[in-house]
Unconditional design. Structure first.
Length: 133
């Protein structure tokens, strides 16, 4: 499961970078894949802060844990938007819209890949979600 998920995450990062390269061509900007890949990787290094937050999950209540993850997500999104808009000299709105479209694309790809992993028996099926009244 871990190896499959790691491969899927790597492919998703590549797909998102390729999409952003195509998105920047809308503004007739030619940015190389390697430059955009490196920029995205460096800008997303802040996501490593998820590790200490997850280590605290045993001691934190769920709303606090979700709040910390939301703050980290927004901070990470702000960094990648600023990095892309400054390096390509485009507006932050254009960078945001490209990132949101890339996020939609990788969400679909991730869901399909994980369904394939479950179908092939590589990943365990999700446990049913039950709400106790």
């Amino acid at each position: 499961g871990f190896i499959f998920s790691s491969i899927v995450n790597f492919l998703i990062f590549i797909i998102a970078t390729l999409f952003l390269c195509l998105w920047l061509k809308v503004k007739e900007l030619s940015v190389s894949f390697s430059a955009l890949y490196s920029l995205s990787a460096l800008a997303s290094i802040v996501d490593i802060l998820v590790l200490p937050i997850e280590r605290l999950s045993a001691w934190l209540e769920l709303p606090i844990l979700l709040g910390l993850n939301a703050i980290l997500f927004i901070y990470s999104l702000t960094i990648i938007i600023s990095a892309i808009s400054r390096s390509t000299n485009t507006s932050k709105g254009f960078a945001l819209s490209g990132i949101l479209l890339a996020f939609l694309l990788i969400s679909i790809v991730s869901a399909v890949m994980h369904l394939l992993g479950i179908g092939m028996g590589i990943l365990p099926p999700p446990e049913p979600f039950v709400v106790n009244p």
